[in-house]
Design a protein around this ligand. Structure first.
Ligand code: NAG
Ligand code: NAG
Ligand code: NAG
Ligand code: NAG
Ligand code: NAG
Length: 253
């Protein structure tokens, strides 16, 4: 602890925990977390920091105790909420409001420095993270044609591109080359829709299950059909996305 604080004192700022990416849902405000180690008695008047994206558009700028609105790019002007957190504790996190799929894969960086007459003034990168924005796939449909022995799984209007997986008889994983999957992207809204078709091989007690996974939200929708077997058809679409998370802000330390 002592050694840490000495190191921070000499360097004025030093690296803290590192967040590599932030995952969120479109429309749900998210914190871009960043902690800057400061000498114990830093006044926010001696603090300078700013956030920028990978196009060097400024999201937020703070200099000598004041927010510098004029430096903020218009794309971010009404979308960054600064916190009333105690900046002297080095919490230079900002909140991005209303993220959209257009913000997906943006890389954000925070730079900061402390003014101190004893040391040369130098802005250093404090944090860097990639934002992943998702739109949840809300439902999944699985239809089976027992005459042609084909099954079609479909889902619409989510983001990013979904990953599809099939199982037969609850466990046998289908070979990707037996699966014909088409993914279309809406050019305006960037949302994806998926249709995946398989030919069902025969077998005892046949059931077919389709899994659609949203990698950013880490949510999987599941639908299962039990085949007829000469008896009355039963079908049970199950939405295992029961743990549908509206917003998954995930910080990896
Ligand atoms: C930094 O401030 C934000 C906003 O108040 C808060 O959500 C976050 O938990 C704070 N982080 C730490 C490490 O205190
Ligand atoms: C998804 O759900 C909506 C409303 O619940 C319904 O109108 C739509 O038909 C469903 N789509 C599929 C593919 O099941
Ligand atoms: C895959 O499906 C698409 C449309 O669903 C169809 O046009 C295409 O011919 C199929 N490809 C194969 C190899 O079955
Ligand atoms: C966050 O999203 C990225 C991109 O889709 C994904 O690779 C990563 O696994 C996600 N993280 C978590 C914890 O779900
Ligand atoms: C996704 O969720 C599963 C459990 O639901 C968990 O085991 C796995 O670690 C998660 N993946 C990521 C990348 O967080």
């Amino acid at each position: 602890m002592f050694i840490t604080s000495v190191a921070c004192f000499l360097l004025l700022v030093c690296d803290a925990t590192e967040v590599l990416y932030v995952n969120t849902t479109a429309g749900v405000s998210t914190v871009l977390p960043c902690i800057m180690m400061l000498p114990a008695t830093t006044d926010s008047k001696h603090l300078r920091f700013y956030w920028q994206d990978d196009r060097t558009y400024v999201l937020y700028s703070f200099n000598k105790g004041k927010e510098m609105h004029e430096h903020v790019h218009e794309l971010y002007r009404d979308r960054i909420a600064a916190f009333s957190q105690d900046l002297t504790e080095g919490n230079i996190s900002v909140k991005l409001e209303n993220p959209t799929v257009e913000d997906d894969q943006r890389v954000f960086q925070a730079f900061g420095a402390v003014f101190d007459s004893r040391f040369p003034f130098e802005l250093r990168q404090i944090c860097q993270m990639t934002l992943h924005v998702a739109v949840p796939y809300k439902n999944i449909s699985l239809t089976v044609n027992e005459e042609t022995m084909t099954a079609v799984c479909a889902t619409q209007r989510g983001f990013p591109k979904p990953l599809v997986k099939w199982t037969l008889h609850s466990q046998h994983l289908l070979d990707p080359q037996d699966v014909n999957t088409t993914v279309m992207q809406d050019p305006q809204e960037h949302l994806y829709s998926l249709t995946s078709t398989i030919v069902i091989p025969g077998g005892p007690d046949p059931s077919v299950t389709c899994f659609v996974h949203n990698p950013t939200l880490n949510v999987t929708l599941i639908a299962t059909r039990i085949l007829n077997n000469g008896e009355a058809e039963t079908s049970c679409p199950s939405l295992a996305g029961a743990l549908m998370v509206a917003a998954a802000a995930v910080l990896i330390y």
